[in-house]
Ligand binder design. Structure first.
Ligand code: 3H9
Length: 702
């Protein structure tokens, strides 16, 4: 093959016999940036004009085929040539164009492949239209071409979930024409040569109508599909717009469908939901970046892990490591508790196997990676030890002292505490640099967030190692500094205080929960308290009816676990309903406190629950307990179900305008008590200057 000539800064044209290869090179993911679009357009033009060329291969250098449009270009003035120009050139080329796909063909990348006349891939290639995750829809013909290839039902699933499919499934669906063994580019050249030699047609998917026509006979499929995904996609705009585009693919001629797709794409792109989801895409990736940790920061090898405690947290934490192929020794105090813990883990995996997510052989293999023990000395050779015992400072301190005597030099010692002072734990050891917080969220085998707590003396390589471990076990990490409740629970506490206040002023728990549910949280604060258990941290002996929670616990209400909390629960279905008895108890309690009951509006509920959270987030930044505001959003989206289409509390506040947030805090704060109403000086300063939290540079945790 010739070395090739430059087509643009991001593509070259190589010639192999009578086949031209347009090779795209735009690391890391070959996104469709300007130079890529220019390269494709120029490459097709040159190859088309050259009589010695009979066929064209479109391939990518590096780790993947095109992974989509360049998201960093969104929201900026468009630059010519557009993706549509490049795609039109491919589709209308006078010679066959074959896409050679490896890695992930995503979004605009898959759409580009769909205008090629043929597609080949390697065995590991994956395909998807993940635009919905960015609050968008495939805006370059994907919603019109995909159903013409894979059928309407499958296309609906792919565009509304954004999930990828593998090469075998793609081949079975007709999305790829051949899976190539060996070198992909050579395989693609051979495929193109064959197409040329056999005089095969230049297949245009836009002209293939049988699958969409077949779907016309079943007009009910769209509403059935809407019902099927309705709960999951509640409040999201993009899934519905995606469905409407596929409906257009079925019911309209191709070009009309394309026009509808383009119009809806534009609407989504200019809306707040997509802005939030695009912001969040980068927020998650930013969160793994720590200013004083670079590529040259050494990382320690983590080949074995110890977990202290086989309870709900310890078990869930252990499952993560086993699933990543890392063996875990889990230590409990007595055999019964250990057996119980191991049994729960097995059951969880078995449930996954019953749902077809793994085989029973996988369950055995995973259980084989877990060793139970009653002896902490078994931690002696472990690279990382995580304690997941009861939240009690004295207990945690004594454990760290003990671990210091057991763990080998260089081992990392971590606490899973959700709010206690990791500095105090580290101070019990002779090596505080090796101590760090790893706050997993329950259920720890499912929740994606890992809040990493960088204590005062945690060394940079320990933090770098834990960030790498987080990625390995499939968690989204965000780094916090030591402060009560770190980022997540510290902000949650503010919301809870206000929710409790509002309930005494006259809104029912169900009303408050409904407002937050409608905002997009999976559940409101009272449903959440019931789920967690009202008696967590409640002490019967010292309980003095001084809070509503104490009053409820004293009356035997423990939450979901005994079927009565703020709500009553159906013993069979576990469905909740408001309890008039509780509402009366609240009124009585408020009267005793001298609090007058009144109607509270939805807006007041929302503002009073959320504005103090933003204020606390600003204080966290001010105190340098978070690196950047988007890390706070990552914590809230992944750990507490903040709806991603609102970006996270800090982004939501920015969209609303920090001046308005400040004004809201002042308005409500004027008549109410509590530190949480005192406007953070940082928030005030940014509001005054018309700036955003995002304008602040990343900072080191202190
Ligand atoms: C679209 O295509 C719209 C069209 O329908 C219509 C247009 C008209 N652009 O995730 P990673 C960066 S919408 C710009 O850590 P991995 C990313 O920020 C798009 N940058 O790697 C990161 O930067 P940094 C539809 C992008 O191996 C670096 O690449 N496509 C883009 O874990 C590495 O990323 C998608 O939504 C992009 N499109 O995963 C696909 N993608 O190193 C989005 C990535 O500075 N991408 N970057 O932090 C992904 O899902 C994953 O990145 C991928 C690789 C699976 C490809």
């Amino acid at each position: 093959m010739s070395n090739g000539s430059e087509l643009s800064s991001m593509a070259t044209l190589q010639q192999h016999g009578d086949i031209a290869v347009i090779m795209i090179n735009n690391p890391p993911v070959n996104a469709l940036s300007l130079g890529v679009r220019e390269g494709i357009l120029e490459g097709i033009k040159q190859a088309d004009a050259d009589d010695s060329i009979k066929g064209i291969v479109l391939a990518c250098a590096g780790r993947t085929f095109i992974a989509g449009a360049d998201i960093t270009e969104f929201g900026k003035p468009p630059q010519s040539p557009s993706l549509w120009d490049a795609m039109e050139a491919i589709e209308n080329a006078t010679k066959p164009v074959v896409a050679a796909i490896h890695g992930t063909a995503l979004g605009g990348g898959l759409e580009t492949a769909l205008v090629c006349h043929y597609r080949v891939c390697d065995g590991a290639a994956r395909f998807g239209l993940p635009e919905v995750k960015l609050g968008l829809l495939p805006g370059a013909g994907g919603t019109q071409r995909l159903p013409r290839v894979v059928g309407v039902q499958k296309a609906l699933e792919m565009v509304t979930s954004g999930k990828m499919i593998g090469s075998a499934e793609a081949a079975a669906d007709g999305l790829v024409d051949q899976i190539v063994d060996g070198d992909l580019t050579e395989g693609a050249i051979a495929f193109a040569t064959k197409v040329v030699e056999e005089g095969k047609p230049l297949v245009k998917i836009r002209d293939q109508n049988d699958k969409v026509e077949a779907a016309r006979a079943e007009p009910g499929i769209f509403d059935a599909f809407r019902r099927k995904i309705g709960r999951k996609t509640r409040n999201f705009e993009a899934p519905e717009a995606n469905i409407q585009c596929i409906e257009a693919a079925v019911n309209k001629p191709f070009d009309e469908g394309l026009a509808i797709e383009r119009e809806l794409f534009g609407k989504l792109m200019s809306g707040n939901q997509s802005a939030a989801q695009r912001y969040y895409f980068f927020a998650e990736r930013q969160a793994a970046k720590v200013p004083d940790i670079g590529r040259d920061t050494p990382v320690r090898e983590i080949k074995s892990v110890g977990v202290l405690g086989a309870g709900t947290m310890g078990g869930g934490i252990s499952m993560n490591f086993a699933q990543a192929g890392i063996p875990v020794t889990i230590v409990e105090r007595d055999q019964a508790a250990l057996d119980r813990g191991l049994g729960v883990m097995r059951k969880n995996w078995e449930r996954g196997a019953k749902k077809g997510r793994m085989t029973m052989a996988d369950v055995d293999r995973l259980m084989g990676l877990i060793t139970g023990s009653l002896d902490k000395n078994d931690f002696a050779d472990k690279d990382l030890v995580i304690e997941a015992v009861f939240e009690n400072m004295d207990l945690k301190r004594s454990i760290f002292k003990e671990l210091d005597g057991i763990c080998k030099p260089g081992a990392i010692m971590a606490s899973n505490t959700s709010y206690l002072d990791v500095n105090e734990m580290a101070a019990e050891t002779s090596r505080p640099g090796d101590v760090i917080g790893m706050h997993f969220f329950s259920p720890a085998n499912i929740m994606r967030l890992l809040e990493i707590v960088r204590a005062e003396k945690t060394s940079a390589d320990v933090l770098a190692t834990v960030l790498k471990v987080a990625k390995k076990i499939n968690k989204v990490a965000a780094v916090a500094g030591v402060c009560g409740g770190f980022i997540g629970n510290r902000m949650l506490a503010q919301r809870q205080v206000e929710a409790n206040n509002i309930v005494l002023e006259g809104a029912t728990p169900a009303h408050i929960d409904q407002v937050l549910y409608d905002f997009g949280f999976p559940m409101g604060p009272f449903a959440m308290s019931d789920l967690a258990g009202l008696d967590i941290g409640w002490d019967e002996a010292s309980s003095s009816s001084s809070t509503m929670r104490e009053v409820l616990c004293e009356s035997g209400r423990r939450g979901q676990k005994n079927g009565r909390g703020y709500y009553v629960y159906d013993p069979e279905t576990r469905a909740s309903s408001p309890d008039p008895e509780v509402e009366q108890m609240i009124r009585d309690f408020a009267e005793k406190q001298g609090i007058e009951q009144r109607d509270v509006s939805d807006q007041e509920i929302l503002d009073r629950c959320l504005l103090p959270m933003v204020n606390e987030g600003a204080k966290i930044l001010e105190e340098k307990k978070a690196i950047r505001s988007s890390d706070i959003d990552v914590v809230w989206v992944n750990g507490y179900g903040w709806p991603v289409y609102h970006g996270g509390p800090m982004f939501w506040a920015e969209l609303r305008g920090l001046a308005d947030v400040k004004a809201g805090l002042e308005k409500y704060g004027a008549g109410l008590e509590g530190e949480h109403w005192k406007v953070s000086p940082l928030l005030a300063e940014l509001a005054e200057a018309g700036k955003k939290f995002q304008d602040l540079p990343a900072q080191n945790i202190e």
